[in-house]
Design a protein around this ligand. Structure first.
Ligand code: EPU
Length: 359
């Protein structure tokens, strides 16, 4: 069974690439930071990547892959050729005994994919509702929320190699997923950072559907509403409401979601910190380590609402930095982030790692 593409394709003539010069990237990053791209090519189909690789001028130039720009902090102009991924297409690829397989072009909005899947009756992605960014960027940092990570549902991704122009399909098993991490973010041996472009993503919605409800805030919703057997649609609505209540909508106020990863520590380190700060929020991980709530630590250091120029710590979630007046510069965001890192280190002895990539 095949669905019609939800996003009508808007193809370039097959023999031509649309090359733009001196493009301000401010509308193309969710933080709304200004930076110029000397050259930008819109990628509308996988073959466009090959065309760039084969292009006499662009082929050998360094490339920078831009999805929804929701996980980057632009601090300077970009000399590399920006490949802006706008590949459309959203369909049910296959209905199997054990799962529905959904395929989406890298340029489709992730939140749109989740909403569409729920509306079409393919449950399984509801916990990942409303996450900003594109489908193609989702595997790069293994997006996750409310007890589910992309790796739990990913079937495979299509990539095109930026050196050779060769296309390949990578099963989830070779993506080397970790917490907000994957082979696409890793450099060095075997890593694919900067080496390939994700063009299509296939998601698996397993049958029979089972809700993922372990997360505290979802349990709270069950108590509040008395609904103890929620449907996928209900969970989708709850997650949407929870996110809207505490995370800023990038369409209204620039941000890149959580700015820092939640640090993972050993039981000894955790005991040490609890000794000094008994209230610290922490979660046991399956391997015996503990994840600490970075938002709690930043909040405890008094950062909520503090600002450097236009860059500020969000009032309702200290883990999120925002472009308060729409005029923030990348350097201000970085200065604020560094100050937060120093103060958290000073109080807890923990070095926070940034979640978005600082450029
Ligand atoms: N907290 C505070 N003060 C704050 C922020 C948080 O005390 O200012 C406490 C909360 O009360 C809670 C704990 O810290 O007890 C954790 O906060 P929350 O549930 O909001 O989740 P998080 O750990 O801050 C992570 C992800 C989010 C994801 C949520 C829900 C990371 C870096 N962030 O945030 O992902 O939506 O859990 O699963 O793992 C993102 O990656 O961009 C993102 C938004």
């Amino acid at each position: 069974m095949q669905e019609k593409a939800a996003n009508p394709p808007n193809r370039l003539p097959s023999d031509k690439l649309l090359l733009e010069h001196d493009v301000n990237l401010k509308p193309y990053n969710s933080f709304g930071l200004p930076a110029m791209a000397a050259r930008l090519v819109r990628i509308h189909e996988a073959a466009d990547v090959r065309r760039v690789v084969d292009h006499p001028l662009l082929g050998r130039a360094p490339k920078f892959v831009l999805g929804g720009g929701s996980n980057i902090v632009l601090t300077k102009d970009i000399d590399a050729v920006v490949l802006k991924l706008e590949i459309p297409g959203l369909r049910l690829l296959e209905e199997r005994e054990d799962a529905w397989i959904i395929e989406a072009g890298a340029g489709v909005g992730w939140a749109h994919l989740v909403q569409w899947s729920i509306e079409q009756g393919y449950p399984g992605l509801e916990n990942l509702a409303l996450i900003p960014g594109t489908v193609g960027a989702a595997p790069v940092q293994n997006i996750g929320a409310y007890g589910l990570e992309l790796q739990d549902r990913l079937e495979s991704v299509d990539v095109v190699d930026l050196m050779t122009g060769r296309a390949a399909c990578l099963p989830a098993s070779v993506c080397n997923f970790g917490y907000r991490d994957s082979v696409f973010k890793q450099s060095g041996f075997g890593g694919l950072a900067g080496k390939s472009v994700i063009t299509h993503v296939r998601m698996r919605c397993p049958k029979p559907w089972k809700p993922v409800l372990g997360y505290l805030e979802l349990e709270r919703k069950m108590e509040e509403t008395g609904i103890h057997n929620p449907s996928a649609r209900q969970i989708f609505d709850w997650v949407t409401a929870i996110r809207r209540a505490k995370l800023p909508d990038p369409a209204l106020i620039g941000n890149a979601g959580s700015f820092f990863k939640n640090p993972v520590v050993t039981p000894e380190q955790c005991r040490d910190i609890i000794g000094r700060d008994p209230g610290i929020v922490h979660y046991p991980m399956p391997d015996g380590t503990l994840k600490l709530a970075a938002g709690w630590m930043i909040d405890a250091c008094g950062w909520k609402g503090k600002a450097v120029g236009g860059a500020a710590v969000y009032e309702r979630q200290a883990l999120v930095l925002v472009n308060r007046n729409g005029q923030a510069r990348g350097a201000e965001v970085v200065t604020l982030a560094r100050a937060i890192q120093e103060s958290v280190y000073g109080r807890f002895g923990i070095r926070l790692e940034t979640e978005p990539v600082l450029l």
